[in-house]
Design a protein around this ligand. Structure first.
Ligand code: ADP
Ligand code: MG
Length: 263
């Protein structure tokens, strides 16, 4: 089960302490079809996290509308899972108890069944032997695996991932990305992932959305026609590299001053 995400003409301004305001998003319009994998790339500070936080119902916006399925986003929605750059584990709880958090927060029923699914999900991401360990006893990669297990356990129809593996070394990141792809193929939520790594975006996505420097506007969408399942070897193929260049050119165009009469 999956739900589409629709942003229409969204403007977001943050009020600064000085009394001034900062425009983080300007006229953002974007549709993510249900069950697809979309990646957002753009320069640092262009409003990528802001866009995800708005979709997650974590921050308000001034203009436009955002919908998950038919519902306007006004508050966090239990059908929407969000994963942050750092794993956000409660340090005083064991891994399994951290995975039980959504069960408690969402006041779900059948604790035993949820706990069993939590253990199965920990096995799927390869860390069930650490179920009773504390987060500090896990490496960064293992903590992110636990965070991924926790968000997938709630069977979200929409999965928002904000640079989920960017703090990890390249090897760990690649392997977690491939695992993410196979879990996505199984559960098929609508995924919106933010990254600043163009190759990662091509490897993962159906569609790559490119944003301009702040105030963030959407300047292009690039379809990735590579077949699935994707493999790491695909990254060496000319077809893959051509898409990397296309995304890079679009991003580069966004960071230099517009020529006379140009965009
Ligand atoms: N809570 C906030 N208050 C004020 N400014 C913010 C806040 N959150 C983000 N910003 C600013 O909004 C802009 C976009 O931020 P963000 O969405 O985090 O960008 P990105 O994720 O693309 O790096 C940045 O200039 C950032 O400094
Ligand atoms: Mg960010």
């Amino acid at each position: 089960m999956a739900l589409p995400i629709t942003f229409e003409h969204v403007d977001k301004r943050y009020a600064l302490k000085s009394g001034a305001s900062l425009t983080a998003l300007s006229d953002a319009t974007l549709s993510l079809r249900e069950g697809t994998f979309t990646t957002i790339v753009g320069p640092s500070g262009c409003g990528k996290s802001t866009l995800l936080h708005i979709a997650a119902g974590l921050v308000p916006y001034e203009e436009g509308s955002v919908r998950i399925g038919d519902e306007f986003v006004e508050r966090p929605n239990p059908n929407v899972g969000m994963m942050f750059q750092s794993p956000v584990m409660l340090p005083w709880r064991t891994v399994i108890k951290n995975l039980m958090l959504p069960f408690e927060l969402l006041k779900l029923s059948d604790e035993k069944a949820y706990r069993e699914r939590a253990h199965r999900m920990l096995s799927t991401v390869g860390i069930d032997q650490f179920a009773d360990a504390y987060p500090r006893e896990l490496s960064g990669g293992m903590q992110q695996r636990a965070a991924l297990a926790r968000v997938l356990l709630t069977s979200p129809q929409v999965l928002l991932l904000d640079e989920p593996f960017s703090a990890l070394d390249e090897f760990t990141r690649e392997s977690l990305n491939m695992e993410l792809l196979s879990l996505w193929a199984e559960l098929l939520p609508t995924v919106c992932l933010v990254t600043h790594n163009i190759s990662e975006a091509v490897m993962l996505s159906d569609t790559i959305v490119v944003m301009s420097a702040r105030p963030g506007r959407i300047i292009g969408e690039i379809e990735v026609p590579l077949p699935r399942p994707r493999t790491l070897e695909m990254a060496t193929e000319p077809e893959f590299q051509e898409i990397v260049v296309e995304v890079r050119d679009l991003m580069r165009g966004s960071s230099v001053p517009a020529p006379q009469g140009g965009r």
